[in-house]
Design a protein around this ligand. Structure first.
Ligand SMILES: [Zn+2]
Length: 257
């Protein structure tokens, strides 16, 4: 007799930002080791690599062009079916926030509450329509961002995995995600030129972007900062004064890994 083979269920989901339909499966104990290793590491980069590895193993998608909110959402969904949808968190209470105004009563209130949130019920993607405020969908890959004087950048989503501070250079990140620069021909403005990244060395692009005024790049900056994000709605109730606390939390993956 041989031991039975375990069947792995599969699930499908529509990613909230890209609207792509994808299928995923739970990770196994063997794959959980990837997360365990990353959990004991101090490096955010190691943690991020582990998350991407799990997603690529367990779904039919490659992670390099995922919007960060889609990436987080998908990882949470995989975690929920593999381990648990309920995540325990601690909630720190500022002294002035707890229910009673009387000093002695507050003294009895705990300063830290333990609570939990559900990946399936309390996590959502918010601010998804921001994308359409600062960019439009390109005919090919990625999004088109209008700068100024009809100069546009076509860029793709990319999950920035190197959180090394000195490498988080804005122009480098933009170049990393760049597909093409679109602009009117100087001699014949009716003629629109599409210059692809492969024909544009980094130095040339860097000097080009640095020649703009800060206000010309506002749309581009908004593309990065005013964007969809993955948020958990966390509630906690003080057992002493019965006051309920509620907060919106981003950066949820740090609770898991
Ligand atoms: Zn209290």
């Amino acid at each position: 007799m041989k031991l039975p083979k375990r069947d792995v269920p599969s699930f499908s989901i529509k990613l909230p930002v890209s609207n792509r339909e994808i299928t995923y499966r739970p990770y196994t104990i063997k794959e959980e080791k990837i997360l365990d290793m990353a959990q004991v590491s101090d490096s955010d980069n190691d943690k991020f690599k582990a998350i991407k590895q799990i997603i690529e193993n367990c779904s039919d998608i490659t992670t390099d062009k995922l919007h960060p909110a889609d990436l987080q959402f998908l990882f949470l969904k995989i975690y929920a079916v593999s381990d648990t949808p309920n995540i325990n968190v601690t909630y720190n209470i500022a002294a002035e926030d707890c229910g009673s105004t009387e000093d002695d009563k507050y003294a009895a209130c705990p300063k830290v509450l333990t609570t939990s949130f559900s990946i399936d019920k309390d996590v959502s993607i918010v601010n998804t329509d921001a994308l359409d405020k600062n960019s439009i969908k390109a005919k090919g890959d990625g999004r088109i961002i209008d700068l100024v004087d009809n100069i546009k950048l076509q860029i793709d989503f990319k999950t920035v995995d190197d959180t090394n501070a000195e490498k988080l250079d804005f122009i480098k990140i933009v170049y990393d995600m760049l597909i093409s620069v679109i602009f009117p021909d100087a001699d014949d403005p009716e003629n629109i030129v599409v210059l692809e990244k492969k024909d544009m060395p980094y130095k040339e692009f860097s000097e080009f972007l640095e020649s703009f005024q800060p206000k010309d790049l506002q749309n581009l900056k908004d593309f990065f900062t005013d964007t969809a994000r993955c948020e958990a709605n966390i509630k906690a109730k003080c057992p002493k004064c019965k006051k309920t606390f509620e907060t919106k939390q981003t950066g949820i993956l740090s609770f898991l890994i």
